[in-house]
Design a protein around this ligand. Structure first.
Ligand code: DER
Length: 237
């Protein structure tokens, strides 16, 4: 089984929790893409009806449009029945790192408004502690004086050996800063050691005026579906 097969298996399992008439948060990323495709398929087959989708990115908005999934937004639907989305890291307490796809702000807004939030991952996303994968922990920051904000973020976590880097895209020498759907930059944090108390870390990050939001989703997931070589595991909060 390829990693994408596992992502699809987890996604299809999550869609089994979708009932007709639900307002759904539609996630972003390669795993959530399979869930959105599956919802579109079941709508087309008439197996699901009266679904309203609340996309977490322009990318997912376009995918859902192409599938004919009726769409709306948080202004019209401030309370959402169920969101399905991927994650970059899942710790043993179902805390998440998200946002390596750049959509963390809208994801956190939508998923924070949900009664149930199902996370779908392949087993490679499981970590012992957040930041433990050595991969990016994203922080969305305003463009204004982003270097100032990045330096304060790096200083905040110097104990954990933190390096803060502006997210860019494009070839070497012609790299451009990545700009989110909301017109902001992303500073990615890389850690050598655990940052310890996650709630304290979250509060400290959000106190910096130039920060918009960070990619730690603490105590938000209600169910995590993990697809592994040996099968599916469903972890409930
Ligand atoms: O950017 C995001 O938050 C995505 O959901 C990410 O966390 C998971 O993306 P993947 O399913 O492509 O690994």
């Amino acid at each position: 089984l390829t990693q994408d097969d596992l992502k699809k298996i987890a996604a299809y399992k999550a869609v089994e929790y979708v009932e007709s008439g639900m307002v759904l948060g539609l996630g972003t990323g390669s795993t959530a893409k399979h869930a959105v495709d599956r919802i579109g398929e079941l709508l087309r087959q008439g197996k699901l009806k009266d679904i309203v989708g609340i996309p977490t990115s322009t990318k997912t908005h376009e995918q859902a449009l192409s599938l004919g999934i009726p769409l709306s937004d948080l202004d019209a639907h401030p309370a959402i029945d169920l969101a399905i989305d991927g994650a970059d890291e899942v710790d043993p307490f179902l805390n998440l790192v998200k946002g390596r796809g750049g959509s963390l702000l809208r994801e956190k807004m939508v998923e924070g408004a949900c009664k149930k939030f199902i996370v779908i991952v392949d087993e490679s996303k499981l970590v012992n502690y957040l930041g433990g994968s050595g991969l990016a922990m994203p922080v969305e920051v305003i463009k204004f004086c982003w270097r100032f904000t990045a330096a304060r973020l790096q200083k905040l976590f110097e104990e954990a050996g933190c390096v803060a880097r502006l997210r860019t895209f494009g070839e070497k020498e012609k790299e451009e800063p990545y700009v989110t759907d909301n017109g902001n930059f992303i500073v990615d944090l890389y850690f050598e050691r655990s940052i310890g108390d996650l709630k304290a870390a979250s509060d400290a990050i959000l106190q910096l005026a130039g920060v918009v939001e960070h990619g730690m989703f603490l105590d938000m997931a209600t169910t995590v579906i993990v697809a592994g070589e040996l099968g599916l595991t469903v972890k409930n909060k």
